[in-house]
Design a protein. Sequence first.
Length: 281
Amino acid sequence: MNAAARKPKPAAVAPKPAGKTAGKQAPRVAAKDVARTPAAKIPAAKVPAAKAAKSRKPDLPEAQAVPLPVETVVDAVRPAYWDEACADLMKRDRILRKMIPTYGPAHLVSRDDPFITLARSIVGQQISVKAAQSVWERLVTLCPRVTPAQFLKAGTEQLAGCGLSKRKAEYIIDLAEHFKAGTVHVKEWAGMDDEAVIAELTQIRGIGRWTAEMFLMFNLMRPNVLPLDDVGLINAISANYFSGEPVTRSEAREVAANWEPWRTVATWYMWRSLDPLPVTY
């Protein structure tokens, strides 16, 4: 059945938060893999073996990253467009009309440092929320100023000693080299359009479109990003608009067309419907 023939099925009631399960969620990954979603909401065929999380495997594609746990971000502010976006989305989408009030004053927050946002996104690739936070804390102990120069001085071996795979350590070193050499136009990103920022970021090893989109959302706070490679978003659209039936990217895009120009905000609430604990980079 094609996307045009299938119409989203309205949910009878507002989605309920899954409860406080910080540190126990499966990671939100690429659309073909398992999301940071309670196991009951994932088709049985996609639930990973219990021992998989305990073994170290080669790094998977960068889209299999997971935001690190929510933390207090100094001077965090509500995006200037957030209230307007919520009001508009509640007028035009009956699912979001019920969902948005459920999460009260919580909102997306931005970290001001582009290097930290990107480094954290690399750390979170493939591994669980708890493991990613543990590795990041060890990295901060090693490099307390969390600057490109400090990471370069530490080198690949010391970064790997904090729990990173050798490949991820190389990715972070490559990222630090780009920042130190000025080969990325950090100060110009705010004035560049979304696709131009994505094009530049994806020239860096270990950063693909998904990570670049997370950067647009969590660092530049762009209001209209739709990360279709994010399985959490796809699963949330399935649960909230199609009664749990599998959803294609084209069907997800069709649902999201009603969210423009606030697709970032709607995506953030879709994530909350699966995991009520906000996350940040």
